[in-house]
Design a protein around this ligand. Structure first.
Ligand SMILES: Cc1cc2nc3c(=O)[nH]c(=O)nc-3n(C[C@H](O)[C@H](O)[C@H](O)COP(=O)(O)OP(=O)(O)OC[C@H]3O[C@@H](n4cnc5c(N)ncnc54)[C@H](O)[C@@H]3O)c2cc1C
Length: 393
C-alpha cells in the first residue's frame, strides 16, 4: 500500500481552510487546528476581486460565496469627493486568466467561513478548535509537533496558515515581527439602502472612506486614518471616534455615519505588515497567507493572496515531491505577494497626504489615470502569476 501523505495545518482562516480543501481532494490525510475555541472574526466584511475569485472557483466554492455575498456585476468603483460630488468611475476586470468571473464580490467574513467550513465538512475534515502548537521540530522527512493540548504527532508537512501573529513563524523565524504601517482602519456595518449597489471610494485630504455592499441586506464602511503606533481606543468609544474621524464626509456616507451609536458594529484595526523574504519554508514546514506576507488592505488583496497560496501549493504538491514543491512555492509566490504589498503600501502613503495642494494633485491623478492604474495593476498581477495559473500537469 502506498503511503498517504499527511499534513497538519495550523490556522483555519482563509489560507488554512482553502489548502485543507485542496489537499483533502488530492488524497492527503489532513488535520486542521485553530487556536480559537469558537469562531470570531476580526472583520465584518471583506471584498474579493476576480483574481481571488478565480481561486475560490478552482476550489469549487465561488458560487456559494456569490450566492451569500453581493456581486458588483459591472465592476464599477465610484470615486467621490468628500462632499459627495462625483470624481470618476473606474471598472475592475471581470475576466482573469481568460476566465469570466464576478469583478468584485463583497461578503461577510463569517459567511465566507461558513462556505469554506461547509466544504470541509463534506470532505470529512473536522477543525480542531482551541489548540495551537507548543513546539515543533522539522527535519528532512517530516515535522514532529507538540500541540498545546499535549498531543504529540508527526506529519509529512506542516503548513503555518496562522495569520499575522503566526505561531509557526514565531517558532521557526523568531526574528520576523509584524511591522506597523502607520495606518488605522475603521470599519462599520449598516443596513444597505437599496440604492447603494456600487463600491464607492470617497477622498478627503489625508483620509479615504469606502462603502461596499456585503449582502443584499448589509454594507460596510471602511475608512483609513494615519495613526501613531501606540494609539489605543476604548472599545465603547469606537462608534463616536469613527464618526469624528470622518466628520468631513458628506454624500452617501453621511446618513451612515450619523446612525453610528453604541449598538453599532464598529471595529478599529491598527494595520501591520509581514515583510519576509522567501523562502518561506524550513525543512518540511511552510508559511502561507498572512503568516508569510500580510499586506496593508488598500488593494483589498490579502484574502486573494491567501487563497492563491493554497491553490498554488496544492498544485505544486500534485505534480512534484514535497521538497521540490516547497522550494518552488516561494520562488513562484514571493514576486506576486511582494508586488501587491508594494502597490498597496504606496496607495496608503499617497492617500495619507493631507496638504490641500497634494490632495488636489492626487484626486486629479485618480480622475486622469485611475482606470489606467487598475488595468495596469491587474495586467501585471496576471503576468506575475503566470506560474500560479498553470493547471496541474
Ligand atoms: C483592516 C483590514 C481590511 C482588510 N480587507 C480585506 C479585503 O477587503 N479583501 C481582502 O482580500 N483582504 C482584506 N484584508 C486582508 C485579509 O483579511 C487577510 O489577508 C486574510 O484574512 C489572510 O488570511 P489567512 O488565512 O492567511 O489569515 P487569517 O485570516 O488571519 O487566519 C488565520 C487563522 O489562524 C488562526 N490562528 C492564529 N494563531 C494561531 C495559533 N497560534 N494556533 C492555531 N491557530 C492560530 C486564527 O484564529 C485564524 O483563524 C484586510 C485586512 C485588514 C487588516
Amino acid at each position: 500500500m502506498t503511503h498517504k501523505p499527511s499534513v497538519l495545518i495550523c490556522g483555519a482562516g482563509i489560507a488554512g481552510c482553502a489548502v485543507a480543501i485542496a489537499l483533502a481532494r488530492q488524497g492527503w490525510s489532513v488535520q486542521l487546528i485553530d487556536k480559537q475555541d469558537a469562531w470570531r472574526f476580526q472583520s465584518s466584511g471583506i471584498f474579493v476581486y476576480s483574481n481571488g475569485l478565480s481561486d475560490f472557483h478552482a476550489l469549487g466554492v465561488m458560487q456559494a460565496m456569490v450566492a451569500s455575498g453581493f456581486e458588483i456585476a459591472d465592476g464599477r468603483n465610484v470615486y467621490l469627493h468628500a462632499d459627495g460630488s462625483p470624481l470618476v468611475d473606474t471598472f475592475y476586470p471581470g475576466v482573469y486568466a481568460g476566465q469570466r468571473l464576478p469583478p468584485i464580490l463583497g461578503i461577510r467574513r463569517a459567511e465566507m467561513h461558513r462556505v469554506l467550513a461547509g466544504e470541509l465538512e463534506r470532505l470529512g475534515i473536522q477543525v480542531q478548535l482551541g489548540t495551537s502548537i507548543d513546539a515543533l521540530h522539522s527535519d528532512a522527512q517530516g515535522v514532529d509537533v507538540t500541540l498545546a493540548d499535549g498531543r504529540v504527532l508527526r506529519c509529512d508537512l506542516l503548513l503555518g496558515a496562522d495569520g499575522i501573529r503566526s505561531r509557526v513563524r514565531e517558532l521557526l523565524w523568531p526574528q520576523v515581527q509584524p511591522r506597523y504601517s502607520g495606518f488605522g482602519v475603521w470599519r462599520s456595518v449598516h443596513r444597505r439602502p437599496p440604492a447603494l449597489r456600487e463600491k464607492i471610494m470617497m477622498m478627503a485630504p489625508g483620509l479615504r472612506l469606502g462603502i461596499m455592499p456585503i449582502s443584499h441586506e448589509q454594507l460596510y464602511l471602511f475608512g483609513t486614518v494615519s495613526a501613531a503606533a501606540d494609539v489605543w481606543h476604548e472599545r465603547a468609544q469606537w462608534p463616536a471616534l469613527m464618526q469624528q474621524a470622518f466628520a468631513v464626509f458628506q454624500g452617501p456616507v453621511r446618513p451612515l455615519l450619523d446612525e453610528l451609536g453604541p449598538a453599532s458594529e464598529v471595529l478599529y484595526t491598527a494595520v501591520e505588515e509581514i515583510i519576509m523574504p522567501a523562502p518561506w519554508h524550513k525543512g518540511r514546514a511552510l508559511l502561507i497567507g498572512d503568516a508569510a506576507h500580510a499586506c496593508t488592505p488598500f488593494m483589498g488583496q490579502g484574502g486573494a493572496m491567501a487563497v492563491q497560496d493554497a491553490v498554488v501549493i496544492a498544485r505544486l504538491l500534485a505534480r512534484s515531491s514535497i521538497d521540490a514543491a516547497l522550494a518552488d512555492f516561494g520562488r513562484i509566490r514571493a514576486p506576486v505577494c511582494q508586488f501587491v504589498q508594494d502597490v498597496s503600501r504606496q496607495v496608503g502613503i499617497t492617500g495619507a497626504q493631507s496638504e490641500p495642494g497634494a490632495h488636489q494633485t492626487i484626486t486629479q491623478a485618480v480622475a486622469d489615470s485611475g482606470q489606467q492604474r487598475v488595468d495596469d495593476f491587474y495586467r501585471r498581477l496576471e503576468s506575475l502569476s503566470a506560474h500560479d495559473l498553470a493547471a496541474p500537469a
